[in-house]
Design a protein around this ligand. Structure first.
Ligand SMILES: Cc1cc2nc3c(=O)[nH]c(=O)nc-3n(C[C@H](O)[C@H](O)[C@H](O)COP(=O)(O)O)c2cc1C
Length: 427
């Protein structure tokens, strides 16, 4: 084999570029000559599938593998390591469709060894989008674009899940960075819904005044989650994650901060949790039985400094037990997002204690810890000390898409790389 410097500086060049260098034809006509036999989709399929890793990137190939790099099994799903890309809204869609951006963004995490890639909060109902730029899964038309991403993630040996979401009273706001791309008619500010309605129920001045969902509309929401789960399965998702967190619709029902209903969906914990449990059952009924269901839930509204009824870890523990009975296989613990009055104590691993508490009190329900987990040793310590079963990262992966490979390096674990990236091991 050639030494590394020879490989990197080799004069051998592909035939196409040699021909292009020597030909007198203009480049544009050469491009046509060499590419005319392929459509764009044929080319992308070739690139995606021609070179498949024989072992999924991020899989331990050595001995004495620490927990972080041991596989994780739940139902029919086996994840090569314990590192999960957390769902992240990218506000890069129109009419709900995943785009090339999603393929590259999510695909790169798979190339770089993430065990499981969870796609962003994806609306089960157009009214449930945070902004007009959110991804959606309310129509069968959305399936092919999602499948394209799922297929690519699978081609790298990684697993693909999608977060099913409804933004409730936090819907119909500007996308953070491309609001100019949307006209006023693409928002639905007069039809923003939540558990409770009126000016006192709105999130803040920038959000629309919501109206309370009727009981029959709540049933429609439940069905929309189920239909979305069925579409996710058709798109090849290995799991779906129910979004019950960060102050979006299901969390709005759970928390007394946002739920002032007096019917069977408000008041007692049983009533506030009713929507969540109905959604879990509907998703379970519409998603293949052998595939696991994940759910993301808040450990707290983070308003302990105020003397008001709110969502806390005690209620989280109770509903986690109910969620398990209703069909949730993995619980993902985050916090906050349900009121602007919150005070979040940001620090490394600031939400791990929620995962730890649920793991201790709900035996048999694996949990994911997330939130400022940025190093391999930090992640391994969380697992080793029994605080969580899996580790997720959002900004962690944005900052360092190869976080998994770097975590392996930090822990001295030998892992597989994508064949195309294998030279990176030599640095
Ligand atoms: C850009 C961005 C988008 C996010 N979008 C979502 C989302 O769609 N669904 C969700 O449950 N959480 C979302 N979150 C929260 C993350 O999944 C994660 O819980 C949080 O950022 C903490 O992890 P980190 O410290 O690694 O960023 C988002 C976070 C970021 C940074």
């Amino acid at each position: 084999m050639l030494p590394i410097h020879r490989i990197l500086t080799s004069t051998a060049r592909p035939a196409v570029s040699r021909a292009m260098r020597t030909s007198r034809l203009p480049i544009s006509s050469l491009n046509t000559t060499f590419a005319k036999a392929f459509t764009t989709s044929q080319i992308s399929r070739q690139e995606a599938f021609r070179i498949k890793p024989s072992v999924a990137p991020g899989t331990s190939t050595g001995k004495d593998t620490p927990l972080l790099f041991q596989p994780f099994n739940v139902k029919d799903l086996t994840i090569a390591n314990r590192l999960v890309v957390a769902p992240m809204c990218m506000y890069s869609s129109k009419d709900g469709y995943m785009t090339d951006f999603h393929l590259v963004h999510l695909g790169s995490f798979a190339i770089n060894g993430a065990g499981l890639v969870l796609a962003e909060a994806t609306a089960v109902d157009p009214r449930g989008r945070i902004s007009p730029a959110d991804t959606g899964i309310w129509s069968d038309n959305h399936i092919p674009a999602i499948k394209r991403v799922a297929d690519f993630v699978h081609s790298q040996g990684s697993k693909f899940g999608i977060q099913l979401a409804h933004a409730g009273r936090k819907a119909s706001v500007n996308a953070p960075y491309n609001s100019e791309a949307f006209s006023e008619t693409e928002y639905w500010r007069d039809d923003v819904v939540g558990p409770s309605g009126g000016p006192e129920s709105r999130w803040d001045e920038k959000h629309a005044v919501p109206r309370a969902l009727t009981v029959s509309e709540i049933q429609d929401v439940v069905k929309a989650f189920g239909a979305a789960a069925a579409r996710a399965a058709k798109a090849g998702a290995d799991t779906v994650e129910i979004q019950s967190v960060h102050g979006y619709l299901i969390h709005q029902f759970l928390s007394p901060v946002s739920n002032q209903r007096t019917d069977q969906y408000g008041g007692s914990l049983e009533n506030r949790a009713r929507l969540m449990l109905e959604v879990i059952k509907e998703v379970r009924a519409n998603f293949p039985a052998e595939k696991p269901i994940f759910m993301r839930i808040s450990g707290s509204d983070c308003v302990e400094h105020l003397d008001i009824p709110s969502w806390d870890i005690e209620q989280t523990v109770q509903v986690s037990k109910w969620a398990k009975e209703a069909g949730v296989d993995v619980l993902h613990l985050s916090s906050a997002g349900n009121t602007p009055l919150q005070k979040v104590a940001y620090a490394p691993g600031y939400q791990v204690h929620y995962a730890e508490r649920v793991r201790k009190e709900v035996p048999g329900l694996p949990v994911i810890a997330v939130g400022s987990i940025t190093g391999g040793k930090q992640a391994q310590e969380i697992l080793e000390s029994g605080k969580a079963d899996l580790i997720a990262g959002a900004r962690t992966f944005l900052k360092q898409p190869s976080f998994v490979l770097e975590a392996a390096r930090e822990l001295g674990v030998e892992v597989a790389y994508a064949p195309q990236y294998s030279l990176a091991k030599t640095l």
